[in-house]
Write a protein that binds this ligand. Structure first.
Ligand code: NAG
Ligand code: NAG
Ligand code: NAG
Ligand code: NAG
Length: 352
């Protein structure tokens, strides 16, 4: 229908120009940008005709003049008239979400998305309208909700934040605990996840440990041959000069095993026959060192000689579970030197 109308209008007009163009100059319909609107539908305009220019919806006029006139020479007067798209205000940021847009002019689109664990309420897109306003309000990202965390039998949960009413939100966390003597089996941490459910609930189970065994050269705080409950403890000690290494106390763990037992470590003998030692800050002749015994982890020094500088120096060595290594630089003095020239021994001469 529209095409037929155009043809109808065009044909007589063409005929009209060929005939009349020698007499009068007319103006052709001006070639304007798509965004400019003008009054009048015709293809030819007579000199003296004024055309008012305006912008289509969504565009704003800039510069001018806003009017062109057909002159006697068959040309339109000049104009710098332009139409620019309207601009919508810059969108506000979205808390707990993101917005994506390339521009904020007429027909631009904003896409809204929410971060993990948040749901969008409102419209996820907004378009800049012809009147320079956005088509929708800024949506909201509201956190996913969970019910209260499920509580295991014989257990409880301690939330890390205050929980009001019946609901919790994405990211709420807590710690499960079991009432004694029940032991917690599973993950003690709880969290309201992005899918609106809680992480797996652990179980509270009865756990017992077998009666503990004694350790070599030691004794225990109990001789009960019974099963022990989760978290019960037993203490160990060592007999005589043996020294306890490790934790003095063991505990019945949630896996039904005892924590690692300590052990009793043996004392050492200082295996030299002639010479002086340095022990706990005292210089002692070995024959006066009674009893000849240092405890596990204790340190003793023997004396060596620096032959070049003719001086003596103490070399420390440590007792490790019954073994005390005498440093290699130590030379046991001869019977004669020890008894008659003791002032020449490394422990007696000038110290380095
Ligand atoms: C908005 O989303 C639509 C559909 O998913 C996509 O075609 C368009 O490119 C997006 N626009 C922006 C600015 O991200
Ligand atoms: C802008 O245009 C839209 C759609 O035509 C309309 O709903 C809205 O009320 C207009 N806003 C203003 C401020 O004129
Ligand atoms: C908890 O939820 C129940 C129903 O599920 C409801 O009847 C009750 O009022 C809620 N309590 C609170 C404190 O919101
Ligand atoms: C408990 O101890 C036994 C024996 O030493 C060992 O085989 C088992 O793996 C331990 N259990 C756990 C959960 O560590």
């Amino acid at each position: 229908m529209e095409r037929m109308l155009t043809l109808f209008l065009l044909c007589p007009a063409l005929f009209f120009t060929t005939v009349t163009s020698q007499r009068d100059n007319v103006c052709l319909r001006p070639n304007l940008a798509d965004t400019i609107e003008m009054a009048g539908l015709q293809r030819y305009f007579n000199p003296g005709v004024e055309l008012a220019l305006s912008c289509i919806d969504g565009y704003t006029p800039v510069l001018g003049p806003r009017k062109i006139v057909c002159t006697v020479s068959g040309e339109w007067t000049k104009t710098r008239f332009l139409c620019t798209p309207k601009r919508c205000p810059y969108p506000d940021p979205l808390s707990n979400g993101e917005l994506y847009y390339e521009d904020t002019i007429y027909q631009s689109t904003i896409n809204y998305t929410c971060n993990e664990g948040y749901v969008l309420t409102g419209s996820s897109t907004s378009v800049c309208q012809a009147n320079g306003t956005w088509s929708t309000l800024v949506p909201e990202c509201t956190p996913v909700t969970c019910d209260l965390a499920p509580i295991p039998q014989f257990g409880m949960i301690i939330y890390d934040t205050t929980v009001r009413g019946n609901i919790t939100y994405y990211g709420t966390t807590g710690m499960y605990k079991c009432h004694l003597p029940y032991a917690l089996i599973g993950n003690p941490r709880a969290e309201c996840t992005a899918s609106g459910t809680w992480t797996k609930t652990p179980e509270c189970k009865v756990v017992t440990c077998r009666p503990p065994h004694n350790i070599a050269r030691g004794y225990m705080s109990t001789t009960d041959q019974r099963d022990f409950d989760f978290m019960e403890t037993v203490k160990y000690g060592c007999t005589g000069d043996f020294v306890l290494e490790g934790s003095q106390e063991i505990v019945c763990q949630q896996d039904g095993n005892w924590s690692e037992k300590p052990s009793c470590k043996a004392p050492c003998e200082v295996s030299i026959n002639r010479g002086r030692i340095l022990y706990k800050g005292r210089r002692i002749w070995i024959k006066d060192f009674e009893p000849n015994k240092v405890l596990h982890k204790e340190i003793v020094s023997v004396y060596c000689k620096n032959a070049a500088r003719k001086c003596g120096y103490a070399v420390p060595t440590q007792c490790i579970d019954g073994r005390l290594q005498i440093p290699e630089c130590f030379k046991e003095p001869s019977y004669a030197d020890y008894n008659f020239h003791s002032s020449s021994l490394p422990s007696e001469i000038t110290q380095c």
